[in-house]
Design a protein around this ligand. Structure first.
Ligand SMILES: C[S@@+](CC[C@H](N)C(=O)[O-])C[C@H]1O[C@@H](n2cnc3c(N)ncnc32)[C@H](O)[C@@H]1O
Length: 266
């Protein structure tokens, strides 16, 4: 399949998932974002972002979903903030959350690979969080977009699930869940059609969607090759994706997530 065929299939699956997510979350999020200064970001990313300095920094989130993280970034001082996502239905939810608190972020419905040249060099911070890279059939092209959007001297902040966890099937029970099921170096996408309602954890028969495992080496090299210098790289034992809670708190602990801070070369 071509890149556009993958992203189009995934667009349909995400649009289909949007009402399921809204049923779980939207009412509570509307209440939260009506409060001035509300942020859903965890203390670890908040500390790194505040240390970087957000005041007056133009920020772009790639794969912003319902905008809750970008709205939080604005509440922490960043601005102007722009979110990009392929799902019209999630962008509509982001607009609702924005209106609840009178935020000024802009949300753009687009395939990341198709972001227009008007955004080139417009951002001090490119913000990428869990569940973005795994939808990218071409990681090098994704980070080329990040680099294109970023001002020289600006930063890329990435906080994602650790790719080693792609070796396991968290839905399996007992020891099977802790036994590697897939190669760390797998290159073929995962194809699934059981829905993307990870908030309720309930499956539904839906559109086929495709996710792409990328090793840590592939991610870091793609960042460097796109024109960024690494400034910080941390691995952590906590789950930021809900699927991996049972892998926390073990004596022989897996890395469950990681954070990269990189600076755009001048
Ligand atoms: C798991 S969600 C991101 C979640 C986000 N970290 C959060 O917690 O809100 C992944 C998002 O990527 C978007 N997406 C997937 N492929 C995309 C593409 N090619 N271009 C733009 N957005 C894409 C989906 O529409 C979805 O909203």
């Amino acid at each position: 399949m071509k890149r556009q065929e993958y992203t189009e299939a995934n667009r349909k699956a995400w649009d289909e998932a949007a009402p399921y997510h809204a049923r779980q979350n939207q009412a509570a999020l509307l209440k939260s974002f009506a409060q001035p200064g509300y942020s859903c970001l965890d203390p670890i990313e908040t500390e790194v972002l505040l240390e970087l300095g957000l005041k007056g920094k133009a920020a772009a989130q790639l794969c912003c979903n319902n905008g809750r993280e970008l709205l939080s970034l604005e509440a922490l001082g960043a601005g102007p903030c722009a979110g990009f996502d392929i799902s019209e239905a999630f962008i509509a939810q982001a607009e609702e959350l924005k209106a609840a608190g009178g935020a000024s972020c802009s949300f753009h419905c687009t395939d990341i690979y198709e972001i227009g040249p008007e955004h080139a060099g417009a951002y001090d911070l490119i913000y990428v969080t869990i569940g973005a890279l795994c939808w990218m059939p071409d990681l090098a092209a994704f980070f080329d977009v990040a680099s294109l959007l970023c001002k020289p001297g600006g930063h890329l902040f990435l906080y994602d699930k650790h790719p080693i966890m792609d070796m396991f099937e968290p839905g399996y029970e007992g020891e099977a869940a802790f036994t590697p099921q897939h190669s760390y170096f797998r290159e073929t996408p995962f194809a699934e059609a059981d829905g993307l309602d990870y908030w309720s954890g309930k499956a539904y028969a839906g559109e086929t969607y495709y996710s792409f495992p990328h090793s840590l080496g592939t991610v870091l090299n793609a960042i460097i090759n796109a024109g960024f210098d690494l400034r910080r790289f941390n691995e952590y034992p906590h789950d930021i994706g809900m699927a991996w809670k049972k892998y926390e708190g073990r004596e022989a602990q897996f890395p469950l997530c990681y954070m990269v801070l990189a600076e755009r070369r001048g």
